[in-house]
Design a binder for this molecule. Sequence first.
Ligand SMILES: [Zn+2]
Length: 354
Amino acid sequence: MLRPIHRVRCWKGLQAGFDLQVNLVLWLCEPATKPIGVSKSALSAVHPDEGVQTWLWNFLLPRPKHERLLKAARQLAGQSNTAKARLQVWIKEVRDADRQFKHRHAAWPAPLKGLPKWNAFKELNEAFYERLKSVGVPFSTSGKPSKTRRIFYKDFVEQFRKLNGLEVCVFCGGPLGNPKVDHWVSKAKYPLLSIAPHNLTPICHRCNEPPCKGTKDVFQAGAANAFGDWFHPYFRSGFGAYSLIHDWPLTRVEGAATDSTKNLHLQNLQSLLELPNRWTEEFQLKYDSLRRTLRKKVREGELQVTTVALHAKIAEWHGELDEHRPHYAVHELLLRQAQQPDRLSAWLLDLQEI
Ligand SMILES: [Zn+2]
């Protein structure tokens, strides 16, 4: 989180999709909702708009002989009232994840994997994310029901990149490539948050995949203030809370919190994404590349081996850095440090050997 992370324009539309998802599963867990009662006409209890009801029915029953999600919905509706009540409490606690991040709240609930119908619940919720990709959620950017201006996964990613950087991953500062949308709180463990806008961030593949983030937790399980020592992409970003350091003569690049109250936040983030290893790797690659370039310039007579000439060349490269390019923070650190007297002397010694 070396860059600020801004909310996309379609946030309200995604939030409306998330609210629809939550309302559906809460309704399925009402004691009065029975399996046979899960029908198109009954969906008016979930959302008042007819277009949204049609979308929802098509979601449950995309083709006449393909009733997978309808079966899952009916399994949830067919649970005992005790199981329904337990699931409703869990849904309401997880639904309020944004409040958990913003304020200190009651303990964050563990996944309900032991629940008899957990697999049906998970399948139904995760399908909202699949539909966001394939047919879009039935709301416009403003959050109003819409048949023609639905919000799609690709809209979200495009808007995010335009706003937060086309080329750079907002988590690690490396190349974004073809980004994947990360679920800050794991979708596998908390499927209810599969399209919650505050839980979605397009990031690079390396950040998103194991051994980096994967499905690792971003909270301290069981703690009263589970999210208290964690950054959050939107509500408590790490931007500005730390900078990179490289302790000479050590060769490791890592973050240093600007405020000691953020030390644990930083540690958690670095461990989640294996950032020091990755930053150090890039630092060494750039160092080797600079060394090759400088040696070539000396060999070809383009650079004099003097402190003044070397400093001028490194300062020139430092001034040419573009903060919108990948690895800016690591390269900036290297070139800034390289201008310090002890480092310049070391570079000079190296070049004098040619
Ligand atoms: Zn990344």
